[in-house]
Design a binder for this molecule. Sequence first.
Ligand code: MTE
Ligand code: MO
Length: 372
Amino acid sequence: MKLPIPQEEQFRAPAHHERVTSKIGLALAITFTTCFVTGLISHLIQHPPGWFWWPSRPAGLYRVTQGMHVISGVASIPLLLAKLWSVYPKLFGRPLVRSLPHALERLSILVLSGAAFFELTTGLLNVAQNYPWGFYFPQVHYAVAWLAIGSILVHVAVKLPVIRRALSRTPAAEEPPAEGLSRRGFLVTTGLATGVAVVATAGATVPFLRGVSGLSWKTGKGTQNLPVNRTAAAAGITWSPSWRLSVVTPRGTTKFSLDELRALPQTTAELPIACVEGWSQSATWRGIALPTLLKAVGAAPGTAVRVSSSERGGLYGVSVLPGEHTADELTLLALELNGEVLAPDHGFPCRVIAPNRPGVLQTKWVTKLEVL
Ligand SMILES: Nc1nc2c(c(=O)[nH]1)N[C@H]1C(S)=C(S)[C@@H](COP(=O)(O)O)O[C@H]1N2
Ligand SMILES: [Mo]
């Protein structure tokens, strides 16, 4: 028996109404724009072009923007599924292509769905720290984000007349559907699914949700009450008492033993690690403020400093502290975490912890600081 291909008009369920599509589309536009802007900020901090400037305060700002990135991304997943459900009857619209603009519009929707789907799945797998692909995640996730946002703009521009019609006119009171969900029922269900997805995961970054976020990643306590991303063993770190920290300035190199570092004036600061992989957590750090350390070697705070780790071959072994951060008293070369000597996994003997920065730049196992 040959099954007939359905026709677009046969899909009568209220979920396919253009008013439903437009409302979910509006929610998606908000979550995607939030996700794009916060992702762009994160990218710029990690790969700063010459014109870019990022402050060192407020100390927890990046934690908020990165949290919004993950939350808006998670919220987009049920919204995107609901949106696709709402519009899929259009796949059966015939003729397939009516005109050149119509062909371009369909093509842009193909790019849009592909890019959006790609961003949400790779983002989700990234927070799960599961990388079943061969490419370097941040670069590809970043590049495809431009495809997604570009095709969203085209899509919204093309659909503007429909969106306005659907959202401005108050529809005739809805007849209860013969079967299945009403328009309202479908929207409420979508909203609830989105809310559940957010609450179930946001505890990874929002402290008061920690207890209720059953699906959240990295809620475990971790060594010294802080999750660990890369362990000392994984990074191949070994330590010996002959270890020295080299501080290189244009005038020469000064070496510090661990005891000499401990003898310098120490500062305590409450600062978060805000990992790009979707978790964040605050901790109490104690160590030497960067301005203090720079003055001790005769360098001026406010110049950029390159930080190198004793880790070999990793992606995160080197970072650069901009002048903004080396002048900030809260930027520490930390020796202690939550009242104890840093555990090897958290960067013993010393690590960088600075306000308002992505976790990937909080370099552990520091051996060299170079004043640039
Ligand atoms: N040398 C080095 N430093 C590093 C990393 C690393 O892999 N190697 N990981 C970074 C990342 S991604 C994060 S989120 C923080 C996590 O710090 P923690 O493991 O002490 O919580 O360390 C950062 N510092
Ligand atoms: Mo991270």
